[in-house]
Ligand binder design. Structure first.
Ligand code: TXE
Length: 474
């Protein structure tokens, strides 16, 4: 049994009250670790450490801050094997995916923002003959970063990296469902020689330590990724103190397949965009709309590919591991059962896999219109629907028919159609003839119930700083 620790003031420490939560390995459904159930005392210690570190960290020359973060990126890469194994054990994702995507991306997050700050400038507005205005961008102080369980280290570092790079000190709260790599990150921060108190990591429940973090008066901003309903609670709490919030929430992303697309590529990538990471990525395309003229052909090719997906022990060569938790497995099953009751046709899958652990079959559903629950509610699992559409206008209406607006995929060889459709889809991210092709400089985030604000590149550097205009009379 592993006992994880909080990371406060540069030290790995036990929770003040000595309370712990069970942490499960989803591939076997057994407890393998105890994690701190942190309390106000732990939060106070972390806030004190962060406040004490802030003057030094925020005034460090940017070249020095950048070097610290580069060192951390190097250490993440050097510990790829251990981190990937931990991520897979904690979350259930195939270890091959963690090695290829999660851990390299965590290193890339630090490297990207470490480079960004040394290349960043600021703006000046000159009033000829009268005055010069320049914009100073100051760090906010101590900020909170709260992350979910689906891409644990990837998303935690996506927040921590820009926050630290811009000179803030951070209190991070990883998901209580997948805390292991955050614990290991604390060890690497020590090894990298990042000054004590600059990054603090508190484990525990969302409604417990998570909410305390949001409510603490010394926390100047909250960057959150997670469920839409949690986002609402956080936005409400933060509004009381006029705290800055960045919210990356759920999605119900449409994939539009036009009849002039590269067929094979559209089929293969749509399988990947539906089932990568067991469908537990906010960017997964869970509603596939296919033009009537190629609907049957697409369905046949798609289902046949899905049936070849290998599901099993994430330590072996598989396409999908187990879902993250027993509760989540049940939630996914309930969504599918409800769709069945409402008349859905299950083209493949639809059931739990009878074995130890939380496995669910890759599932393809048809026969439900865009307003049915299965096409409206975020399932966040290996479940995708197929729906035919008539023409461009119909495709756009169907794509926009949910409260969400995170990502969309368009498959067509008609460039004009791609632009026209992209401009009318209410989504923060549009991929044309590709999926998950990420450039860290681009704005990342959603419209409508998928979020508030954007992460990535300049957007993140702006979020974690306060602009101050300084006007000097000539
Ligand atoms: O998310 P939560 P969960 C969706 C997906 C999933 C659902 C719930 O549909 O089924 O959300 O997942 C912390 N104050 N996404 O339960 O609860 C919590 O401890 C402060 C979409 O994991 O939103 C965790 O660290 N913090 C998503 C983080 O918030 C609170 C990724 C996310 O937990 C808190 C994951 C509170 N009151 C799930 N309550 C995406 N868009 O990527 C919880 N937390």
């Amino acid at each position: 049994m592993i006992t994880l620790k909080n990371f406060i003031g540069g030290e790995l420490c036990d929770p003040a009250h000595g309370n712990y939560l069970d942490n499960y390995n989803p591939s076997i459904g057994e407890v393998y670790a105890q994690i701190p159930d942190s309390s106000q005392e732990d939060l106070h210690a972390a806030v004190n450490a962060a406040n004490a570190a802030f003057p030094m960290w925020s005034q460090l020359p940017i070249g020095e801050r950048s070097k610290h973060l580069m060192k951390l990126a190097d250490l993440i890469e050097a510990n790829l094997d251990q981190l990937a194994a931990a991520e897979s054990q904690d979350n259930g994702k195939p270890v091959s995916l963690a090695r290829k995507v999660d851990i390299p991306r965590a290193a890339a997050n630090f490297r990207f923002f470490a480079a960004a700050i040394v290349n960043d400038g600021t703006s000046a507005h000159i009033m000829e003959g009268q005055a010069v205005n320049y914009t100073r961008r100051a760090p906010l102080g101590v900020v909170g970063c709260i992350s979910p369980w689906n891409l644990p280290l990837y998303l935690l570092t996506w927040k921590i990296a820009p926050a630290l790079a811009t000179g803030n000190c951070v209190i991070a709260k990883p998901s209580e469902v997948t805390p292991y790599t955050a614990h290991l990150l604390g060890e690497l921060v020590q090894e990298a020689g990042i000054p004590a108190g600059v990054l603090n990591i508190l484990h525990g429940r969302g409604a417990g330590i998570g909410q305390m973090l949001v409510d603490h008066a010394d926390i100047k901003a909250i960057s959150f990724t997670g469920g839409t309903s949690t986002g609402k609670v956080i936005a409400r709490s933060a509004a009381e103190q006029f705290k800055k919030v960045s919210l990356e929430l759920g999605g119900k992303n449409p994939v539009l397949v036009f009849d002039d697309c590269e067929f094979e590529e559209a089929v293969a990538t749509s399988v990947r965009s539906a089932f990568t990471n067991q469908g537990e990525i906010c960017l997964c395309g869970s509603r596939i709309f296919v033009q009537e003229s190629i609907y049957n052909e697409f369905k046949e090719a798609f289902v046949s590919k899905v049936q070849k997906l290998k599901v099993g022990d994430p330590n072996t060569t598989v396409d999908m591991g187990p879902l993250v938790s027993r509760e989540h497995l049940q939630k996914v099953k309930n969504h599918v059962d409800q769709a069945k009751k409402q008349g859905a046709t299950i083209l493949t899958g639809g059931e739990k896999i009878e074995r130890k652990g939380y496995y669910f079959e890759p599932t393809v559903i048809e026969g439900m219109d865009e307003y049915c629950a299965i096409n409206q509610e975020e399932v966040f699992g290996p479940v995708v629907t197929l729906v035919p559409f008539r023409d461009e206008a119909d495709a756009i209406a169907k794509a926009n028919s949910t409260v969400y607006g995170l990502a969309a995929v368009i498959w067509t060889n008609d460039l004009k159609c791609a632009h026209r459709v992209a401009h009318q889809i209410q989504s923060g991210i549009i991929w044309v003839n590709c999926w998950m092709l990420r450039d860290l400089r681009t704005p990342f985030g959603g419209m409508k119930a998928s979020g508030v604000g954007r992460e990535g590149g300049e957007e993140a550097l702006r979020f974690f700083t306060e602009p101050q205009n300084i006007c000097i009379k000539l």
